[in-house]
Design a binder for this molecule. Structure first.
Ligand code: DX5
Ligand code: ZN
Length: 211
């Protein structure tokens, strides 16, 4: 079964608590939280204080996507704030192997994300240290961008590399019912979606359409 992870980047930030509650009621499988540092990506978003503030309002796992340079010091901040899964970017981690160890030692599931221009080869030597691989299907920074079709081949290659390991493939960026179906056909297990979940306001219908 395909899991749907709404990205709260597209939520109403003035009403974040109720947005989280609505997403759980609407059938979301996890909450995707896009953390941007204004450095690794040209946007600045959510810090650990906000994650901690919304943590009491849902039982859903918090899937924290760190789009930050050198995330090593920040991993503990988000683990302590209530993250369940922490994903770092391969491009942002000079010591990726160690960063993944840090995430797991703090009791979280560990993820690695790849920007569109990054080869799946960068995953080769860390496959036994990851629980999920997040394939960016847009250049990270903003919601509402167009899905990059060239990433479908990467998803398929990663699926082959994973073999029988217990690793899930998550896709993020420009996901709608059409591109989501293509990503799932290529091997994706989890669909992150901002625009496609929040547009129109009927979160349940939108999540069902993605699934
Ligand atoms: C992109 C973020 C995504 C983004 C997805 O930088 O990582 O999670 O919010 O938004 P949509 O679904 O609108 O492309
Ligand atoms: Zn994301």
């Amino acid at each position: 079964m395909v899991l749907v992870a709404p990205s709260i980047l597209s939520a109403n930030f003035a009403d974040l608590k109720n947005e989280i509650i609505r997403l759980e009621e609407a059938g979301a499988d996890r909450i995707h939280i896009d953390v941007m540092d204004g450095n690794f990506v040209p946007n600045l978003t959510i810090g650990p204080a906000v994650v901690k503030a919304i943590r009491p309002y849902t039982k859903l796992p918090f899937d924290v996507h760190l789009m930050v340079k050198n995330p090593d010091t920040m991993i503990a901040w988000f683990a302590n704030a209530g993250a369940d899964i922490i994903t770092v970017h391969a491009e942002a981690c000079p010591h990726l192997d160690k960063s993944l160890d840090t995430i797991r030692k703090l009791g979280c599931k560990a993820g690695v994300s790849l920007n569109p221009a990054t080869s799946e080869e960068s995953l080769k030597y860390v496959l036994d240290k990851v629980d999920q691989i997040l394939v960016m299907t847009v250049n990270p920074g903003f919601g509402g961008q167009t899905f990059l079709n060239a990433q479908l081949a990467k998803i398929t290659k990663i699926k082959q590399m994973i073999g029988n390991r217990n690793i899930q493939i998550e896709v993020d960026g420009g996901i709608n019912p059409l591109t989501g179906a293509e990503a799932v056909a290529a091997g994706a297990d989890i669909l992150v979606a901002g625009t496609a979940v929040f547009t129109g306001g009927d979160y349940q219908k939108n999540i069902m359409a993605l699934r």
